[in-house]
Write a protein that binds this ligand. Structure first.
Ligand code: AKG
Length: 267
């Protein structure tokens, strides 16, 4: 059982850097194996809950050489739901933020195939998650746990964080879908005197990185012969409020505990 105290010293690091990378797997390998099978089923369009994921840019049958990004895979797979509810995830999220409540509010399945050549479309451009999350009031405490299902090495196109960039405010140039990371970086309004230091999130299967919603991140091609597999789990604390009372857009499902479980504390 993972205890709160296992992560307590990580909080100052998370606050200073805007991200935290676990040294060891957080999840048991059996849960990871089930989640991989669940991911493959979703990619084939097989949903053991009887419910599909949300509309996505990649659908079963689409180009297998493109980045596969599927919205809210937990709608469609019991194994993904079990992964999200594994207690250590909530413990880690609460320890890093000091939250009394942590809720999953959106999830993305990310499958980065091996890049066959230079024309591969599987990079993720520099961006801050916050720029896409206008459905939450300003100042809302929002962050992401990125769960690795495969070995994430320097060669497999790991997510790269820019250290301390969560203190730079929102940079409007960010673009998740940009493929040329160097060109995008050259356009970014980095604050005068700030240092651009990239840190790769290298993780074993079952390892997790956690990043603040303002931390700049992106990733390059997968130069291995195996897919890079992960789930990006978007989280909020008790200090986050939707802009609208009517649940719209990305906050549409937050009142449904099956789809958007509270993984630490209670509302
Ligand atoms: O998987 C990646 O390389 C980037 C994922 C991402 O943008 C996120 O988890 O917020």
């Amino acid at each position: 059982m993972t205890e709160w105290s296992d992560f307590q010293s990580a909080r100052p690091q998370y606050e200073a850097d805007g991200f935290y990378i676990t040294q060891k797997p957080l999840f048991p390998q059996a849960l990871i194996a089930d989640a991989i099978a669940g991911m493959d089923a979703i990619r084939r369009g097989e949903y053991d809950t009887g419910r599909p994921p949300c509309p996505s840019v990649w659908n079963p049958g689409d180009d297998p050489d493109r980045l596969c990004k599927i919205e809210n895979p937990q709608f469609a797979s019991r194994a993904v739901r079990a992964l999200l509810r594994y207690p250590a995830l909530g413990t880690l999220a609460a320890a890093l933020t000091g939250a009394t409540m942590v809720q999953v509010w959106w999830v993305q399945l990310l499958y980065k195939p091996p890049a066959k050549d230079d024309s591969a479309v599987s990079n993720i451009g520099w961006h801050q998650d916050r720029q896409y999350w206008g459905v939450w009031e300003e100042g809302s405490e929002l962050f992401t746990a990125w769960i690795a299902l495969s070995d994430v090495t320097e060669q497999s196109g790991p997510m790269r964080f820019v250290r301390g960039s969560h203190r730079w405010g929102v940079l409007p140039q960010g673009d998740f879908f940009a493929q040329d990371l160097d060109a995008l970086r050259a356009q970014m309004d980095v604050p005068p005197g700030a240092l651009w230091e990239e840190v790769p999130a290298l993780l074993p299967p079952g390892g997790v990185s956690v990043h603040h919603c303002l931390t700049l991140h992106g990733s390059g091609p997968n130069q291995t012969d195996r897919p890079r597999r992960s789930f990006a789990v978007h989280l909020r604390t008790q200090n986050a409020r939707p802009v609208n009372r009517e649940r719209r857009g990305l906050t549409e499902f937050i009142d449904d505990p099956e789809l958007c479980p509270i993984i630490y504390g209670h509302l």
